[in-house]
Write a protein that binds this ligand. Sequence first.
Ligand SMILES: [Fe+2]
Length: 252
Amino acid sequence: MELLVAERRPDLVVVSGDLTQRARPAQFRQAQRFLRGLGLPYLAVPGNHDVPMYRVWERLLDRYGAYRRHFSPDLEPSFRDAELEVAGFNTAFNLTIEDGRFTPRQLASIGERFRRDGSTETNGRVRIAVVHHPLAALPELMGWRTARRSGEALRAFAAAGVDLVLAGHVHVAAVGLAPDCGRRLWLVHSGTSTSRRGRGTEQGRNTCNLITLDTGPQDAECLRRSATVEQMLWSEQDERFEVEAVHDCALA
Ligand SMILES: [Fe+2]
């Protein structure tokens, strides 16, 4: 991963949750050291593994305490530069062991999160939401349950002009269009990037996505905005990530 990041120098490294296995302070500190060590901006959201499962009192009373103290105080960070606007949303809650959800308050905040200047104008920027849990049943996701209120969340993302939703949780890579939300909105799932918990055809194999945005020249008459998603798979033989598949995602 370090080699790939050093070679491709992305503008932003996104981690769509499950930074740890058991939400232990040392595991959070290790994740923080790793991400800081990459030397580039990064944005992460919590996954269900980042909430203590067996430490019951902590789970009930201080569910994000270890995350906040040992990784980041911000559970829903944002990032913005000349080409993109990214907002993270925490879908991992303590009373569900595994399933995710959006709260009504989060749903109400989606528009604001992407319109911090009060304007709906994106100036060509690509808008990206980051969550942990699946929001729609893409075929590759093998029937995993979607987050509660995900239909409402997708419609709210579409209304806020979001182009891509990055997610994780299922341990397989997947790219597909979100259904019935009124906009061309792509769902991009990362597989398992740094542990050995890949599932299905990715069992025991690490994957990650490299996303390249093309927002076209600002003065082009017919602007074609697109995102190219390179699904990278770890090669044991060559000891590096190699391109497994490429998805050309035309944006709205
Ligand atoms: Fe997860």
